[in-house]
Ligand binder design. Structure first.
Ligand SMILES: [Zn+2]
Length: 132
């Protein structure tokens, strides 16, 4: 068994793995985005009833792209946190995010505990202001 780089935490080693996961996911997202955008470059012509189909395809492509861009932002943010050495740390409580979770969701911004707390937190009723 080799020791990881001597100093510091061994998790630094694992970052390469997460970075690869993030970059692979990024490439996955970008590949279809390129082909989807080809729809907009296609020459528009023909009968009006064909145009309806073209506009529908463009609309669908836009919706898909919105989802893709949202994920891309999360991935880019994770890559940035890697550079600033904040990667793998829960943004909510500051605890390390478990490697298992990072492998499943390499762009996760908070630990499983905080994620569960956030998703189960009661949503304040609209119009009700917290008494200060
Ligand atoms: Zn947390």
């Amino acid at each position: 068994m080799k020791k990881a780089n001597g100093s510091g935490n061994g998790s630094w080693n694992g970052l390469t793995k997460y970075r690869q996961l993030l970059l692979a996911k990024r490439a996955d997202l970008l590949a279809p985005l390129r082909t989807k955008l080809d729809i907009f470059a296609a020459p528009v012509g023909g009968a009006p009833e064909d145009l309806a189909q073209v506009f529908h395809d463009q609309f669908v492509a836009l919706q898909l792209n919105r989802v893709g861009f949202h994920d891309l932002k999360l991935i880019d943010a994770a890559l940035k946190r890697m550079e600033s050495h904040d990667y793998g740390v829960c943004l909510s409580c500051g605890d390390p995010i478990s490697p298992k979770r990072l492998i499943a969701i390499p762009w996760a911004t908070c630990c499983i505990d905080c994620q569960e707390r956030l998703s189960s937190a009661p949503v304040p009723a609209p119009g009700v202001e917290a008494a200060a």
